[in-house]
Design a protein around this ligand. Structure first.
Ligand SMILES: C[S@@+](CC[C@H](N)C(=O)[O-])C[C@H]1O[C@@H](n2cnc3c(N)ncnc32)[C@H](O)[C@@H]1O
Length: 224
């Protein structure tokens, strides 16, 4: 099995949050900050993936891409696309992809608050949304990406029987996400306890939780 020599790619120091405006849909902003990620209507899969095919897995909020990159190595026949709002993280992931010659992973600088219009309906096997920023304060809650509109978009791009996979270590975020999913009604939801029913690749934040003994919840939401 191929592995990445992470030491070859020193990580830059990246702030946890970027400009607060970038978490909101661009259409809602009266003044668009200069560092707002570009809107995307269409993507050229040939420029992103060696086989020029559309992705079958989408990792929303991929962070520094640990899950994305290891998933790509373990599943060479699939393409995985990461979306991330922090540009330096995307630049770093792109350096690793180029350095390791990984042809089936790509990360793009994008705020998912603007939807998934560049993905075809019924085209994805899996969408992952792991450890979203909790935005605890009530006045910050509008920056949470997991809205009814996004869940509808995820439902649209998943194929029948495809799954939305969620992890969080924040009970209020778990309750919030379950309520949004209940309102949507298009998924059958199952909490997953055993590792054997989950991805073998781990995200950075999942590793952190495990190392500190912090409990977290895993949900598998299958498109009905
Ligand atoms: C707590 S980190 C988790 C990263 C990774 N999924 C993990 O589990 O290690 C949440 C990530 O979601 C990204 N994010 C938050 N809002 C976003 C948005 N609207 N569009 C794209 N990415 C977003 C953040 O920049 C951050 O990298």
């Amino acid at each position: 099995m191929r592995t990445i020599e992470w030491r070859k790619y020193p990580q830059p120091r990246i702030r946890h949050h970027t400009n607060p405006q970038v978490y909101l849909p661009r259409a809602q902003l009266r003044v668009v900050p200069p560092n707002y990620p570009p809107l995307i209507e269409e993507l050229d899969w040939g420029a992103l993936f060696a086989n020029a095919r559309a992705p079958s897995v989408l990792d929303i909020g991929c962070g520094m891409g640990r899950f994305l990159l290891e998933y790509a190595l373990n599943h060479p026949a699939e393409n995985i696309l990461g979306l991330e709002v922090r540009k330096p993280a995307v630049e770093w992931i792109t350096r690793v992809i180029a350095g390791e010659g990984i042809g089936n992973a790509a990360a793009i600088w994008y705020s998912v608050a603007n939807g998934l219009g560049f993905l075809q309906s019924n085209s994805l096997r899996a969408v992952t949304y792991f450890f979203p920023d909790p935005w605890f304060k009530k006045r910050h809650a509008k920056r949470r990406a997991f809205t009814l509109a996004l869940v509808q978009e995820i439902w649209r791009v998943l194929e029948q029987g495809g799954g939305l996979y969620l992890m969080t270590d924040v009970p209020t975020v778990d309750a919030y996400q379950r309520e949004i999913l209940r309102q949507h009604g298009g998924f059958s939801i199952e909490e997953i306890a055993g590792d054997d029913q989950w991805f073998c690749e781990q995200t950075d934040h999942e590793r952190f939780c495990r190392s500190k003994g912090i409990p977290y919840v895993r949900l598998r939401c299958i498109k009905r």
